[in-house]
Design a protein around this ligand. Structure first.
Ligand code: G3I
Length: 302
């Protein structure tokens, strides 16, 4: 097919982008989104600080705008992210013990039930592990102990049984200590009946990233019986080196049956969180880059 989303769909997958509602009024942004992508995720609008600025007082305006846009344009919506150590609202950061636990489960219940039935897959928990496979010593880990992650998944399951429930992280672009720890958590969750349906691989890369075990890593999670999703793909760099990395990641997803799709972390280099690294498929003037062509070719070669 002629576009990323249509070509991905021909292979039973989605191709998505992280979106900010405030850019939807920019014609080139909306035109590129509508033409190329069949899934979206909120870059920031559905995070804890944005959705629950005061405890029990929810603000869904940004997320609702994105969900409405997606429904109008036939796009799926990924949910990002219910529980994370970053971007917690100030009122939550100082809580301890049961008060923090109640705040976490109350947040999950409030947001996931609001969007019940509208989210294809939720990043229920984001970035809970360190590079060495140990637990990140966040307020959640310190105050709640190891059980907080499963408690979050159980709360999300109760609030939205329709959504796939994912654990999402970065630095898991191969078989390594961090991806091993996540693998072991999935095995443990499955053994104890903790609901988990997918693992998100953020895949923030550079043009010289080592991807020698990238596909093998996706495959071992798929072999456990969970879906894998490439959730925040971007590749610092330019030209053919950047294009080659995008191609490798795309081919890996196509080669792993349970890889359900790819989301790039933005549409245009103009608004990327990694601006100077020009990591996306469209340049600052919304022109297709060599990386775009490499991805489309890989999708159409499958
Ligand atoms: O909304 C405020 C605005 O009111 C204020 O004027 C402005 C200046 O202070 O800040 C705005 O908030 C910023 C927010 O993005 C929305 O633009 C925060 O400062 C800024 O830190 C935040 O950055 C986001 C970052 O997550 C921080 O959490 C990036 O846009 C976003 O791309 C990035 O995305 C994360 C994923 O969620 C998780 N994986 C890693 C990825 C990259 O860090």
């Amino acid at each position: 097919a002629e576009t990323l989303g249509a070509s991905a769909a021909e292979n039973g997958r989605y191709f998505g982008a992280a979106i900010a509602p405030n850019f939807l009024g920019e014609q080139a942004y909306a035109d590129t989104l509508n033409a190329e992508f069949n899934s979206i995720v909120a870059e920031n609008a559905m995070k804890w600080d944005a959705t629950e600025p005061a405890q029990g007082q929810f603000n869904f305006s940004g997320g609702d705008e994105l969900v409405a846009y997606a429904e109008e344009h036939g796009m799926a919506v990924r949910g990002h992210t219910l529980v994370w150590h970053a971007q917690q609202p100030a009122w939550a950061q100082g809580l301890t013990g049961q008060a923090l636990h109640d705040a976490m489960t109350g947040h999950i219940e409030g947001v996931a039930s609001h969007y019940q039935g509208k989210i294809s897959s939720w990043d229920v928990v984001n970035e809970a592990f360190e590079w060495d496979g140990s637990r990140r010593q966040s307020n959640l880990q310190i105050q709640l102990g190891d059980g907080w992650i499963e408690d979050a998944f159980r709360a999300a399951e109760a609030a939205d049984p329709d959504a796939k429930l994912c654990y999402n992280d970065y630095g898991t672009d191969g078989v390594n200590a961090k991806s091993d720890a996540i693998y072991d958590m999935v095995v443990d969750f499955q053994a104890r009946g903790v609901p988990i349906d997918c693992v998100g691989f953020q895949t923030h890369l550079s043009s010289d990233s080592d991807l020698s075990s990238y596909q093998e890593n996706l495959q071992r999670f798929a072999d456990l019986g969970v879906d894998v999703e490439i959730t925040e793909l971007d590749v610092g760099g330019s030209g053919s080196a950047q294009a080659g990395v995008f191609r490798t990641v795309t081919e890996a997803c196509l080669n792993v049956d349970r890889c359900t799709g790819i989301t790039v972390w933005g549409i245009t280099d103009k608004y990327s969180w990694r601006g100077e690294e020009t990591p996306l498929l469209f340049d600052g003037n919304y022109q297709k880059k060599e990386a775009y062509t490499a991805v489309l070719e890989a999708l159409n070669a499958a």
